[in-house]
Design a protein around this ligand. Structure first.
Ligand code: F0G
Length: 524
């Protein structure tokens, strides 16, 4: 009797139903290798690319050599709570790249993490700490104002006019110290109730920001989020159509604290906006949501609405960043500027687990460092590899970015040629650089039961990925929240030969879909 598989065997069982339960024994560049029944290596071209983690491919020789050298030299991988000059250097270099791309001269403070979801959560945690401190600062300021106005009324240099007295429910004519005391008591009561309001989080419909307890609240896919909604602060999901109305949406959520001032010799009530809007979290190109690009106009609208309402923007570049789209940040390309950036995936060079949250230094709260930590983050191994990744990205004046743009254009040209030849099968091709997607038309109306079931079960993409693996030795996956979209995120070294191999596979899949050939597509 075989030992039970206690490591997510249910998922593996499902993968086997679509022929995706491969066992890979080696990885190099854009290839994964499995063994045939005689133990011979079978090369598979990897267009899943570690879900966007392999800008330089599997086991890049320079990165592997660095890892080997560190371990042979007995690098102090774990040296928590000590000097980490490698992390300091990486933070400085990340800031320099962001400054170069955004054209801004402000610096960004770095807090390192181990995964993309963690980096997003750190950004939102920091934004919440900043917001709560701003609320406290506003309350302190108001308390000082109230006392100075109380003193002015008591000294007789200011009076409470009737319309202000009515704010506190006082009758007319009740001026003087009694009125001011009751007015201040009323204001204190109103402000105490309002200041405790729950923070508001905003995210784009279709967005994906992780599946941990906090980040899953920002991930739009209900299947991932709703089972755990009770565990966190829910987000307000903004549709693309709503973006132009953001200023109004923010205004509708506005809550003011009441303050007092003396104007002339009269007491006046002043409305002070409560910092209630914690953060707006978005991807410049939605990855898991189906390779959907945000346009520059929407980015500008979001930017100005958030600036006006003082809502910090968290730009989630976990998948789109690290040069994948032809610039270090995909947001550069649409003029979006983050108060926070989340980076991960390729930062680890394909062999380390590394992520980082960059916070605009003008917003940075140093005390955050005393209330957040992680055992593995900022370690010697992953940050040194992160420095190597930046070396590779920035070498030859950014040749890797140009390569990503050129290879991406070649890939997208091929995908669009398939779409042109199969418009009845291919709904759309989207992407920028080496973050590309091909969306198939819905098959829920198919006469073929197997196709209809996959369409209705949101598993068509996985079934087609299984066909590509089986018949063309190409590995890819759908974007889970846009299940008819196959994603393609190879390394910058992807060759014309491999793109041609993918094209042959896609053309066969399209021909079989056009012919509604269920067995040809689905038989394992
Ligand atoms: N943010 C974005 C934009 C992502 O694409 C991902 C993961 C995460 C956060 C979470 O990162 O997995 O390291 O915790 N994207 C993968 C995907 C899962 O399917 O595209 P993580």
């Amino acid at each position: 009797m075989a030992e039970p598989d206690l490591a997510e065997s249910h998922l593996l069982g499902w993968l086997s139903t679509v022929g995706l339960d491969a066992h890979y024994v080696r990885a190099e560049g854009d290839y994964l290798y499995r063994l045939d029944e005689r133990g011979r290596e079978i090369p598979v071209v990897d267009f899943a690319g570690g879900y966007g983690s392999l800008m330089f491919g599997h086991n890049h020789p320079e990165i592997v050599a660095l890892a080997q050298q560190m371990l042979t030299a007995q690098a102090p991988v774990h040296a928590q709570f000590s000097r980490h000059p490698y992390a300091t250097e990486l933070a400085a270099r990340l800031t320099a790249v962001v400054q170069r791309e955004t054209g801004e001269d402000g610096t960004y403070n770095a807090v390192f993490a181990n995964s993309g979801a963690e980096a997003v959560e750190i950004a939102v945690k920091h934004a919440e700490l900043d917001r709560a401190l701003k609320v406290a600062e506003l309350q302190t300021e108001i308390a000082e104002h109230l006392e100075s106005v109380r003193a002015a009324v008591t000294e007789g240099t200011a009076a409470v006019p009737d319309e202000v007295a009515r704010v506190a429910g006082l009758g007319t004519g009740e001026a003087g110290p009694v009125a001011i005391d009751r007015l201040i008591a009323h204001i204190d009561e109103v402000n105490a109730a309002r200041a405790g309001a729950e923070p508001l989080l905003f995210a784009l419909e279709g967005g994906f920001h992780g599946k941990l307890m906090g980040s899953v609240q920002l991930t739009h896919n209900a299947a991932y989020r709703t089972p755990f909604a009770a565990l966190g602060t829910s987000a307000r999901f903004v549709t693309r159509e709503e973006i132009p109305a953001l200023p109004k949406i923010f205004e509708e959520e506005r809550v003011d604290l009441l303050d007092l001032a003396v104007s002339g010799n009269e007491v006046a009530v002043v409305h002070r906006r409560l910092p209630l809007l914690c953060a707006f979290v978005l991807e410049p190109i939605q990855g898991e949501g189906g390779i959907r690009l945000l346009d520059s106009e929407s980015a500008a609208t979001i930017q100005s609405a958030c600036a006006e309402a003082d809502v910090p923007i968290v730009v989630d570049e976990v998948q789109s960043g690290m040069g994948r789209t032809g610039t270090f940040l995909a947001s550069t390309g649409i003029g979006l500027r983050g108060d926070y950036y989340a980076l991960a995936k390729s930062l680890g060079g394909g062999i380390a687990k590394a992520a980082v949250m960059l916070a605009r230094s003008s917003r940075y709260r140093p005390q955050f460092e005393l209330v957040h930590s992680s055992t593995f983050a900022k370690d010697y191994f992953s940050t040194t590899i992160g420095l190597k990744v930046l070396d590779l990205l920035e070498a030859d004046d950014g040749a890797a970015y140009r390569k990503a743009a050129e290879r991406g254009a070649h890939l997208l040209d091929m995908l669009r040629s398939v779409q042109r030849d199969f418009p009845d099968v291919v709904r759309d091709v989207r992407g920028r650089g080496l973050m590309a997607g091909l969306e198939f038309h819905d098959q829920s109306g198919s006469e073929v039961e197997g196709l209809r079931q996959h369409a209705e079960g949101a598993t068509l993409g996985y079934a087609l990925a299984g066909k590509l693996l089986r018949s063309h030795r190409v590995r890819t996956f759908p974007t889970a929240s846009s299940p008819n979209t196959l994603r393609f995120e190879p390394s910058i070294h992807i060759g014309d030969k491999e793109v041609a191999q993918l094209e042959a596979g896609l053309r066969e899949v399209c021909a079989l879909l056009r012919a509604q050939d269920g067995p040809g597509l689905l038989e394992i």
